[in-house]
Design a protein around this ligand. Structure first.
Ligand code: NAP
Length: 448
């Protein structure tokens, strides 16, 4: 680590050496703000921050538009991390980001990262390396871009008990479902629009199959419940199966379909406590605060024992919004370098079991067309009761089955039941000869 007084003479404060790994969407925004806000940051920290190098992958690219001395760009990330006080990792992916972060920590540098994939896959290894080295590891930008969530969970709510987090943590999927709801678009149209606006990547798999949201849910659940939850323990369903019909059915119930990440602390009748982390599209009532989160915005709704309900809302992605979170971490790490102190380490003391979705209580909305004949309704009700599922509401209307045949459309909203029982009920209904068509099956969250 550098000393406070420069060799240039007394009175000149030695800058803190900052290295960036990656200079893409987020890295460029971070570099520009480090340059344009240099004086403010020096005043806030007590020492200037000096960029000593920026590692990139591709040689020979004209990077003059970034606005920094082009000699700072290097493809030798490994040696860069050894000569920095603060390393900002913005390259993404698992390797070489993990090796470089571990090397930076071993060299005594504080690390700030926005890498949700790496934190969700191997956060414990990084936390342990930071603890051993006695340096900071910050990752506010890894969850929901600009929205402060990591610090509120780790610090502001440290004296509370979080029961549940329900969040929209992926802007692309929120944009797609919002377009399907508000503009009547179908899934493919809405996705194309998201791509045209730069919200979705050319390969949108990580977003629409909810890998991105699952990584964020893993991080949020780990923080909220003081328990290690990895991305592979998060139940994950993408949004690709959501149809116009699902959206229409939701509207009829005065609901909207949202891409939810849910982290829940669950206590059973015997007092045993476990956690659940899951991501899937679900209906929420239009009166729920998350229903009014439009376009590519993110929002996270936290329910805690003493604080009650809290809502965090803002831009979950983009260069400048994400840079805001990154730079907040950089300033925190820099202040620690100047005045002492450490980022809070990993807290896993509760070590709660992570429940598979099958045993978690959820609610389903099921819309199905059946033959309009005596006894059919009783038969359908029997399928639910055979699986131990009770019904909260049933709406019936006559629909045309074609060729003059009358059918009944039943819209059922269940009470909470183990997800395994609900999905088995749906399977049994699909195989029931009285059921002509399952129009829509979708979970319901947030009361109705
Ligand atoms: P990006 O635009 O793809 O930029 C990645 C940068 O990393 C590029 O400069 C690239 O070099 C460099 N890089 C990639 N692999 C490298 C390697 N092996 N060695 C050296 N440099 C390498 O990515 P981004 O969107 O800025 O995202 C960066 C991180 O922030 C990711 O972890 C992402 O999940 C996270 N994040 C992004 C957003 C967002 O809105 N974009 C929001 C929240 C969090 P080249 O320039 O040579 O290709």
């Amino acid at each position: 680590m550098s000393t406070e007084q420069s060799e240039d003479g007394p009175g000149r404060v030695e800058p803190l050496r900052v290295a960036l790994l990656g200079c893409g969407v987020v890295g460029t925004a971070v570099v520009r703000r480090l340059l344009s806000h240099a004086d403010d940051y020096a005043s806030r920290v007590g020492r200037p921050l000096q960029i000593v190098g920026i590692a990139v992958r591709t040689e020979g690219v004209d990077r003059s538009d970034v606005g920094v001395d082009v000699d700072l760009f290097t493809t030798d990330a490994a040696s860069l991390v050894a000569r920095a006080d603060i390393v900002i990792e913005l390259m993404g992916g698992i390797e070489p980001a993990r090796t470089l972060i571990l090397s930076a920590l071993e060299h005594g540098a504080a690390v700030v990262t926005a890498n949700k994939a790496l934190m969700a896959e191997d956060g414990p290894t990084l936390h342990e390396a930071a603890r051993r080295a006695g340096v900071d590891l910050f990752y506010e930008a890894a969850v929901a871009g600009a929205i402060p969530l990591v610090r509120p969970l780790v610090e502001s709510l440290a004296g509370d008990k979080v029961h549940r987090i329900t969040g929209i943590v992926n802007g692309t999927t929120n944009y797609v479902l919002d377009q399907m709801d508000r503009a009547g678009a179908d899934f493919d149209e809405a996705l194309k629009q998201a791509q045209a606006l730069g919200y979705a990547e050319a390969d949108p798999t990580a977003d629409i199959e909810s890998h991105d949201a699952a990584a964020k849910a893993a991080i949020l659940a780990s923080l909220a419940f003081h328990t290690r939850v990895s991305a592979s323990q998060v139940h994950r369903e993408g949004i690709t199966a959501v149809t116009r019909e699902d959206v229409r059915e939701a509207r009829e119930l005065d609901c909207v379909i949202k891409p939810l990440a849910i982290c829940e602390r669950i206590e059973d009748a015997s007092g045993a406590v476990a956690v659940s982390a899951r991501v899937y599209p679900a209906m929420v009532p239009r009166t729920h605060p998350l229903a009014s989160v439009h376009d590519a915005f993110n929002a996270v709704f936290i329910e805690a024992a003493a604080a009650g309900e809290l809502m965090f809302y803002g831009q979950g992605a983009g260069g400048d919004p994400t840079a805001s979170a990154v730079l907040g971490d950089v300033i925190a790490a820099a202040r620690h370098a100047v005045t002492g102190g450490r980022s809070p380490g990993e807290s896993t003391y509760a070590d709660l079991p992570v429940l598979p979705l099958d045993s978690v209580q959820t609610r389903y909305h099921i819309s199905l067309d059946v033959a309009d004949l005596p006894g059919v309704l009783a038969g359908i009700a029997a399928v639910f009761s055979e699986h131990g599922v009770s019904l909260e509401s049933v709406r019936q209307r006559l629909v045309s089955g074609g060729e003059g045949e009358q059918r009944a459309n039943l819209v059922v909203v269940t009470h909470r039941a183990p997800d395994a029982a609900l999905s088995a009920t749906v399977e049994a209904l699909a195989a029931d000869p009285a059921v002509h068509r399952l129009r829509s099956v979708i979970r319901v969250e947030g009361g109705l």
